[in-house]
Design a protein around this ligand. Structure first.
Ligand SMILES: Cc1ncc(COP(=O)(O)O)c(C=O)c1O
Length: 400
C-alpha cells in the first residue's frame, strides 16, 4: 500500500526541525481568554492582539453582542438547512438588506464564509468557454474558485496594469471574461490600482469582481472599500466580502447590480449545498454592518494607528511590505523562517501577538510578521507595540 501521506513529508520535516530547536509552535497558539478586540490572555499572560482581522473592533460591541443573544433566544442555535430549503430566516434577509444599504447595490447574497463566496461566485459565473484573468497573488479562495469551475485561467503579474491589459488583448474579443482583483492584498497590505485596472478591463469587455475582504468598513468614505476610495465602485460588477474581518463574526457575501443576479441562488453550489449561517451570526453581522456605515471617527483613528506603526517600525530599521501605509495591514519582512519564528516568539514573550505568515500564503517565498491594526488600539497601545518590536528586534538580531 502506498502511503497517501508521503506527500506531506517535506512539511512534517520542516516543522519537526523548527520545533526541535526549542521554538514555540507559532501555528498552535491558544487564546485562553479574550478580554477585548485588542487584548487576550495567551500562556497566562496579557497579550496585545496585533494579528487579528478585527479591524473595526466590532467583536465586543454591546449592540452586536445583544443582537446575537436575542437571536439565540428567539430562533435557536442553528438553522439545520440550506438557504434554498429551510435555512432562510428573517435574519438572513435582514442581513442581505443591511449589505444592500451599506454598498448601495441592488442585490446581496450571504454565504456561510467568504471562502465559499469566492468559491461559489467565481466557479458559477465563469463557465467552460470563459476566461478568468486574475492577479497572481490572489487569495487561496479565489484560486480554489477557479479550480472548482471550468474556465481558462490567465494570471498576470501582481498589480501590473500593463500585464493585465496585454493578457486581455490576447484573448478572443467575443469570449466571456471575468477579471478578479482584490482591494487590499492581505499579505503585504498593499492596495490594487483599481481605477486603472477596472478601466482596462471594461475596455476589453470584461466583467470585474473585486474581493474587498480587507478593506470593508475601513477604506473609502463609507467604508465600502478600495473601489469606493478610487471612485470606480459603480463600474465593478461584483464585490465579494466577508464577515470575518471588520464585521467581526463569520460569513461571506457578494453584492452586485447585475439584473439577473438572483438566479445565482439556484445555481451556485457552495450556496445551495451547505447549511446557512446560524441566526445569532446573521443578527450580529447585520447589526455590525449597519454600525459600520456610521464609523468615520473609527476609520480616521485606524488610519492614525496605521501611519504611526508604519513610521515607527521603519525608523527602527525593519523592512516593510509597503513604502507607505496603504491599509490596516503592515507586513514586516523577515529574512527566513527561522528568524521569523524567533522574532514571533520574542514578541509573544514581550506580550504581543502578530501573525507569522509563510508560503504558500505569502508571495515570492517570503516569511512575514503580519501586523493588523484595530480601530480600538489606543495611542498607548501603539506605543507599547513599538517598544516591544524594538526590544524583540534587538534580542533576535533583526535590527541593531
Ligand atoms: C482576500 C480574502 N478573501 C476571502 C477570504 C475568506 O474569508 P473567510 O474568512 O470569510 O472565509 C479571506 C480570508 O482571509 C481573504 O483574505
Amino acid at each position: 500500500m502506498s502511503d497517501l501521506f508521503a506527500k506531506f513529508d517535506p512539511i512534517i520535516e520542516l516543522r519537526e526541525t523548527l520545533l526541535a530547536s526549542g521554538q514555540t509552535d507559532p501555528f498552535n497558539l491558544v487564546m485562553e481568554r479574550v478580554e477585548s478586540p485588542t487584548v487576550a490572555i495567551c500562556n497566562g499572560k496579557r497579550t496585545i492582539l496585533l494579528g487579528t482581522y478585527n479591524y473595526m473592533g466590532m467583536t465586543f460591541d454591546p449592540d452586536v453582542v445583544a443582537a446575537g443573544k436575542q437571536a439565540l433566544d428567539d430562533y435557536g442555535s442553528g438553522t439545520t438547512g440550506s438557504r434554498v430549503l429551510n435555512g432562510t430566516y428573517a435574519g438572513h434577509k435582514a442581513c442581505e438588506e443591511a449589505l444592500k444599504d451599506f454598498y448601495g447595490m441592488d442585490h446581496a447574497m450571504v454565504f456561510s464564509t467568504g471562502y465559499q463566496a469566492n468559491l461559489g461566485i467565481i466557479s458559477t459565473i465563469a463557465g467552460k468557454e470563459d476566461y478568468i484573468i486574475l492577479d497572481i497573488d490572489s487569495h487561496a479562495s479565489i484560486y480554489d474558485g477557479c479550480a472548482l469551475g471550468n474556465a481558462q485561467i490567465v494570471p498576470f503579474r501582481h498589480n501590473d496594469i500593463e500585464a493585465l491589459d496585454k493578457r486581455l488583448k490576447r484573448l478572443p474579443p467575443e469570449a466571456g471574461k471575468l477579471v478578479v482583483l482584490e482591494g487590499v492584498y492581505s499579505m503585504l497590505g498593499d492596495i490594487a490600482p483599481l481605477k486603472e485596472m477596472v478601466a482596462v478591463s471594461k475596455d476589453a469587455g470584461a466583467m470585474v469582481l473585486v474581493d474587498e475582504a480587507h478593506s470593508m468598513g475601513f477604506i473609502g468614505e463609507h467604508g465600502r472599500g478600495v473601489a469606493e476610495a478610487q471612485g470606480v465602485i459603480d463600474d465593478v460588477d461584483f464585490i465579494i466580502g466577508t464577515f470575518s474581518k471588520s464585521v467581526g463574526t463569520v460569513g461571506g457575501f457578494c453584492v452586485s447590480n447585475h439584473p439577473k443576479f438572483e438566479i445565482l441562488r439556484l445555481v451556485c453550489r457552495p450556496y445551495v449545498f451547505t447549511a446557512s449561517l446560524p441566526p445569532s451570526v446573521v443578527a450580529t453581522a447585520a447589526t455590525s454592518i449597519r454600525k459600520l456605515m456610521d464609523s468615520a471617527d473609527k476609520r480616521a483613528h485606524l488610519w492614525e494607528n496605521s501611519k504611526r506603526l508604519h513610521a515607527g517600525l521603519r525608523q527602527f530599521g525593519f523592512t516593510l511590505g509597503t513604502d507607505e501605509p496603504q491599509s490596516a495591514i503592515i507586513a514586516v519582512i523577515m529574512p527566513d523562517l527561522e528568524k521569523g519564528a524567533a522574532m514571533w516568539e520574542a514578541l509573544l514573550n514581550e506580550g504581543l501577538y502578530v501573525n507569522l505568515a509563510r508560503p504558500p500564503a505569502t508571495p515570492a517565498g517570503m516569511t512575514l510578521l503580519r501586523c493588523s491594526l484595530c480601530a480600538l488600539h489606543t495611542e498607548d497601545q501603539v506605543g507599547e507595540i513599538l517598544g516591544m518590536f524594538a526590544a524583540a528586534g534587538r534580542a533576535t538580531g533583526c535590527i541593531s
